[in-house]
Ligand binder design. Structure first.
Ligand code: BTN
Length: 243
């Protein structure tokens, strides 16, 4: 797709702005909204996303679909895989925590918030990514979950713009393949990028309760299999793994 970019020095949230303005975007393009800082950055499950000035990737990608189908849940997985491929070139230890978090040894490096908004007769898919690039230890320590940044791991600053541009290019080309062939070509590489091994104990947060079981792999459609203590296998399409 053609890429159309718009950058803000300061914004509340690139996802919120993109949803509010989606009707103005080109229906055939991939629109990318980036920001230098967010004053009201949002995470999954109504959490906030710490978004200090000039030290991280804050980007929201918008494209349009004429109808919604089950494959939609794979969009954030494709974006996390694109980011994983780019980030791995800087730091080997980057992994994906299902469904779409970027982690380094259990600490969060980046996350994705995928939302939908109707722009009749189409739907805008609004997928935002935040990556901690040059975030200091002091700011990381104030985050309410274990978090890290590329700078904290590598001991040097990196170019936020370069990382953002590489992720945008990769996501754009992966989306083209996904529209043609679905999740199938991504399944193997996505599984190899995961932080979990078969048999690992995992805790699943299904919006209400936390269920403990063993990781049993990812299905070809990107959903998660978990073996419960009674031996039954449960399949999850969305939710979150907790520590
Ligand atoms: C998560 O909870 O893991 C998702 C975090 C998503 C953060 C990004 S930063 C760019 C975009 N704008 C937002 O307000 N959130 C997303």
């Amino acid at each position: 797709m053609e890429i159309k970019k718009q950058h803000f020095e300061t914004i509340g949230s690139t996802n919120t702005w993109a949803k509010q303005n989606a009707a103005q975007f080109d229906r055939k393009a991939l629109t990318v909204i980036t920001a230098g800082e967010q004053t009201a950055g949002r995470g999954r499950f109504t959490r906030s996303w710490v978004s200090p000035k000039g030290c991280s990737v804050y980007a929201t990608y918008v494209f349009f679909l004429n109808r919604l189908d089950e494959g939609l849940g794979n969009i954030p997985q494709i974006l996390s895989f694109a980011a994983y491929e780019v980030l791995s070139t800087y730091l080997d230890a980057v992994k994906i925590k299902w469904p779409n978090d970027l982690v380094v040894q259990g600490k969060k490096l980046g996350g994705i918030l995928c939302e939908l908004t109707e722009v009749a007769p189409a739907w805008a898919v609004v997928t935002g990514i935040g990556i901690n690039v040059n975030v200091s230890e002091e700011i990381l320590n104030a985050i309410d979950q274990p978090a890290t940044s590329l700078m904290a791991e590598l001991g040097k600053k990196l170019s936020v713009e370069e990382i953002e541009a590489k992720i945008t290019d990769k996501f754009n080309s992966h989306l083209t393949l996904f529209f043609q062939e679905g999740f199938k070509p991504f399944h193997g590489p996505f599984c190899r990028a995961l932080a979990h091994q078969t048999g690992d104990t995992i805790k699943f947060h299904d919006f209400q309760t936390v269920i403990t079981g063993k990781f049993e792999g990812i299905n070809p459609d990107g959903s998660l299999n978990m073996k419960l203590t009674d031996g039954t296998i449960k399949r999850y399409v969305s939710g979150e793994l907790v520590h």
